[in-house]
Design a protein around this ligand. Sequence first.
Ligand code: CO8
Length: 290
Amino acid sequence: MLCSRATRPFASAFVRTAPLRVVRHSSAASEGAYEHLKVTTPRPGVGLITFNRPKALNALFTPLFHELNAALRAFDSSPEIGAMVLTGSERAFAAGADIKEMKDKTFADAYGADFIEMWSDLMHIKKPVISAVNGYALGGGCELAMMADIMYCSVGATFGQPEIKLGVIPGAGGSQRLTRAIGKSKAMEMILTGNNLSGKEAGERGLVAKVFDSAQECVDGALDTAEKIASYSKIAVKAAKEVVNKSQDLGVREGIEFERRVFHGLFGSKDQKIGMTAFAEKKKPQWTHE
Ligand code: CO8
């Protein structure tokens, strides 16, 4: 069941640093038990995934990603869900990959078993995902936040790629996504020095779309945006995400051609007729998502 605004369970839940607990979910989209996550549907059409490893500052490890990928896929395939929010606690979105777990790995362990490959499944999710970053987003935490479609943070957020201090380099897209987002010189400085970027600077440099004064406002803001996205045609939203993402891979000319073809294709959807007819008749569109 989706919760109404009035009954949203989220408001005080995300800053809680309660001990790990198993959460059971009534929604078809999030059914199952999670040890390292809290998974809820606090607004109509919105899935909220909250990292819940407070003692390790939400350090990332494979069992957490099995759960994260399952929760993301469940929301992605649920007809009730239109957008998702990914967040952590007020202290940490995620302080990176679990260093203690990874420190004894050999090259053969890492390369042979494709270490962290399934940690990037977020990039294959078709519905929009917003990362709401409070506290530390370091290393893999920063990389994971950057895999989302929209990034929000609070002024108290700290972004960084400190892998150089551990004798390694970013391994899940940090060198590529950070560089595209804030430019080569600043990204190079951060990656080579391990220096962090504050939430305020992240806003100024365009790493995030919005900076909020508090952690609570950040998550609420992300939920507001997710709810708004979820209120539109799922077909149009899916197409919009796809064409924007193509801009990261294609040259401008090919990208525009791709966009035009998808735009033309949407004239074959019912929602195009519904949306444009509703405008002409001064009515609210009732999307069928077809
Ligand atoms: N791994 C394991 N444990 C961690 C991690 C981590 N990354 N970060 C924090 N913790 C643990 C600490 O060990 C500590 O545990 P304990 O109480 O048992 O000693 C607990 O969390 C609290 O941490 P601190 O006491 O250190 O808290 P502080 O407030 O003093 O410091 C910091 C907070 C600055 C965040 C500090 O903990 C820190 O520097 N952490 C490590 C940050 C880091 O280097 N991250 C990068 C890791 S490498 C990486 O992410 C590679 C990415 C691979 C791809 C990922 C794909 C998604």
